[in-house]
Each structure stands twice: as structure tokens, then as C-alpha cells.
Design a protein around this ligand. Structure first.
Ligand SMILES: *Cc1c(COP(=O)(O)O)cnc(C)c1O
Length: 395
């Protein structure tokens, strides 16, 4: 038995010796500006909890009420006995919030991408995909069986070049881009991408995981941000980041939602979103619709932190959103920086190859509305001191 799995030990040893083995930290507190991580209380710059909703009393209460009424598990896939009135209410409320005609929810953003892409294109079709798109888009593209043509990151000229060269040889075409790119915090030039897609009779899909609850009026997402209602065929979002819960959503036409109810494989073959998750998401929409306060605070915090980091002399790359990369170059330096921050009480992740290109290692700071001004000041002070110790900033 053991010898058949020996290769796993060998692979793990390789990862460890090359510094690529991922040691996963353990939390023993709720989400918030501070976390207890591996037994230490640390300032949290790692979570996607943009609006502080993951532990919000209104969401917790809604989840509790949902459980009291319906129990815990969905006990079925959506298409058999797993669709409750709460699931339908969430889909109606998401459509209204986002200003789209219809939505369909999935268990996660990851399964939303797999389900949507594979239902929209197949062997006779072509996908034009930004080279920095998220892993779930890459996997969805592979699953679909369509030919995948990558274009240079956010370069609409390059997208137009490949559309012109390849579009006509295929039946259907789908252009896909992340909305906000998760490692750099830049926003896709969606209006120009949309006109390129339209000019070449290609469907357009955007994955707005980091824009849902962040971009647009009161967090209504990237389509709202650019005023592109009706021009983006497929808008994927996640309920796992700013919404503070877990789940995925695809927004678009009623026909699209209907087609995904017939052909979205994770919808048909994996159990429904759980009741407490659905109930908490409904409470998140209530909060977002009642006030823009959390979204406004998120952006104020992000602008303040990024501005001060730049003033200190750090390079924050091409970010225009609350995702704040601190560009360091070498992976070993980024890891050392992250380790020293952790010792000083700041939890901020080092990211290197293969997640980002070689030589562009960084620390990625995730800013949240849950951070108070004092928290950000404290983080800035510790970044400056570690930066001087490691020679990233002048002493
Ligand atoms: C996080 C992320 C996902 C996955 O969302 P989950 O709801 O966590 O599965 C998909 N796409 C992008 C661009 C993401 O950043």
C-alpha cells in the first residue's frame, strides 16, 4: 500500500525544500480587525471580509432564525428538493440589488464559474480569457472543452487582435475577465472589453468576486460601477467575500438563469446553498440597501492606507481598489517581511510564484471596513519599521 503513495511523500519533500510548502495557520477567533492566529492576537490584513459582515450581529441573527425555521442542511440539490422559498427570495433580491433582470445562486463563486462557463460553450466554441484570470475561470474553461485563447492582461488591443484572428473559426465565442484582479487590485477596463466583444459577436462574462459589495453604488458591483447594465451577458459574483457568508451568483437575463438551472452542473449535482448561508446573505442585502456607510468606510480606509504606504515609500503596484499589494520583488524577501510582521503582531500574507509571476513577490494587504483608524495607523507603523529593518525603506 505505502509504496503506491510514496510519490506523495516525495512531492511534499520537494515542496518543503523549495520553500513552496504551504503551512496553513489556525484561527481561534471570529473574523474582524483582529484575529487569534496560532494562539496569537494579530492585526488582520488577510481576510476578504471587506465590509466586516462575516461576524455582523444582523447576519448572525438571520442565520440563527433561518436554522430555527428550516434546520441546517439543504438535504438535496436545488433541482430536486433543495430549493426553498428563501433561495428564490435571495435570487430575486440579488437581481434587484444589482439591477439585473435575473440571478441564479451556486454554492460558491468557484462552482458558479465552473457551472456557467461549461454551460455556455463547448467543443465547437472559443473562449478569450485574460492571462491573469482566477483559477476557477481557468478550470471552468478547461471543463467546457472549448478552445482557450489567452490575451495580455487588461490589454484590449490584444483582445481585439485575437478576436480578429480566431473568432470566425468557431461557433460561439465567450470573452471572460476578472472584474477586480485579486493579486494586484486593478480593475478590468470593462467598457472597452465590452465593445470589443460586441464588435466580434462574442458573449461577455465578468467574474466580479472582489467587486461584489465593493465597486459600484453601495457595492452593487462592477457592471453598476461602469454603468454597463444590459451590456455584460454574464456577471458572476461571490457571496463569500464582501457579503461575509459563502455562495456564488450569476446575474444576467432570465433566459441565462433558466439555462443554468437546466445545465449548470454544480446546481444540478451538488447540494444547495445551506439555509443559514442564504438567510445571512439576505440580511447582508438588507444592510447594503439600507446604507452605503460600510462601503464608504471601506473605501476611506483603503485610500488612507494606500496613500500613507506610498508616502512611506512603498510600491503599491497598480491597485485602484482596497486590495493593496506591497511590491517587494523576491519571494524570500516577501516571506521574511511577512514573518517579521507576524512577530510584531500583523497578519499579512506573502504571495509569490506561481500565484504571481517570478520577481513580483509581494505582501497583499486586504483592507476592510472593520478596521478602525487606530488599526490602520498601527499597521502603517509596523510596516515602516519592518521595511527599515529589511532595507526596503531607507533606515
Ligand atoms: C475568490 C474568487 C472566486 C471564488 O469565490 P468563492 O466564493 O470563494 O468560491 C472566484 N473568482 C475570483 C476572481 C475570486 O477572487
Amino acid at each position: 500500500m505505502a509504496h503506491r503513495l510514496q510519490w506523495i511523500d516525495d512531492e511534499i519533500a520537494n515542496l518543503t525544500s523549495s520553500g513552496l510548502y504551504n503551512r496553513i495557520r489556525t484561527l481561534s477567533s471570529a473574523q474582524g480587525a483582529y484575529l487569534t492566529v496560532d494562539g496569537r492576537r494579530v492585526l488582520n490584513f488577510c481576510s476578504n471580509n471587506y465590509l466586516g459582515l462575516a461576524n455582523h450581529p444582523r447576519l448572525v441573527e438571520a442565520a440563527r432564525a433561518g436554522v430555527t425555521r428550516y434546520g441546517v442542511g439543504p438535504a438535496a440539490v436545488r433541482s430536486i428538493a433543495g430549493t426553498t422559498e428563501l433561495h428564490l427570495e435571495l435570487e430575486r433580491r440579488l437581481a434587484k440589488f444589482k439591477g439585473s433582470e435575473a440571478t441564479i445562486t451556486f454554492q460558491s463563486g468557484f462552482t458558479a464559474n465552473l457551472g456557467a462557463i461549461a454551460a455556455l460553450v463547448g467543443n465547437e466554441d472559443v473562449i478569450f480569457s485574460d492571462e491573469l484570470n482566477h483559477a476557477s475561470i481557468i478550470d471552468g474553461c478547461r471543463l467546457s472543452g472549448a478552445k482557450v485563447v489567452r490575451y495580455a492582461h487588461a490589454q484590449v488591443d490584444d483582445l481585439r487582435r485575437v478576436l480578429k484572428a480566431q473568432r470566425a473559426s468557431f461557433r460561439r465565442a465567450l470573452v471572460i475577465s476578472d472584474g477586480v484582479f485579486s493579486m494586484d487590485g486593478d480593475v478590468a477596463p470593462l467598457p472597452d472589453i465590452a465593445s470589443a466583444a460586441h464588435d466580434h459577436e462574442a458573449m461577455l462574462m465578468v467574474d466580479d468576486a472582489h467587486g461584489e459589495g465593493v465597486l459600484g453604488r453601495g457595492g452593487r458591483g462592477i457592471v453598476d460601477h461602469f454603468g454597463l447594465h444590459g451590456q455584460v451577458d454574464v456577471e458572476v459574483g461571490t457571496l463569500s467575500k464582501a457579503f461575509g457568508v459563502v455562495g456564488g451568483v450569476v446575474a444576467g437575463s432570465p433566459a441565462l438563469a433558466d439555462w443554468l438551472r437546466q445545465r449548470g452542473r454544480p446546481f444540478l449535482f451538488s447540494s444547495a446553498m445551506t439555509i443559514p448561508d442564504v438567510a445571512a446573505c439576505l440580511a447582508a442585502i438588507d444592510l447594503l440597501e439600507s446604507s452605503t456607510e460600510l462601503v464608504d468606510r471601506l473605501w476611506e480606509n483603503a485610500r488612507f492606507f494606500k496613500g500613507e504606504m506610498q508616502r512611506l515609500g512603498f510600491d503599491t503596484g497598480r491597485s485602484t481598489t482596497p486590495i493593496t499589494p506591497i511590491m517587494l520583488g523576491e519571494a524570500t524577501l516577501a516571506q521574511e517581511f511577512s514573518r517579521k510582521l507576524f512577530e510584531a503582531g500583523v497578519f499579512a500574507m506573502a504571495i509569490g510564484y506561481p500565484t504571481v509571476p517570478k520577481g513580483t513577490a509581494r505582501i497583499r494587504v486586504m483592507i476592510s471596513a472593520a478596521h478602525g483608524h487606530d488599526d490602520l495607523e498601527k499597521g502603517l507603523g509596523l510596516f515602516a519599521s519592518v521595511g527599515r529593518t529589511l532595507g526596503v525603506l531607507p533606515a
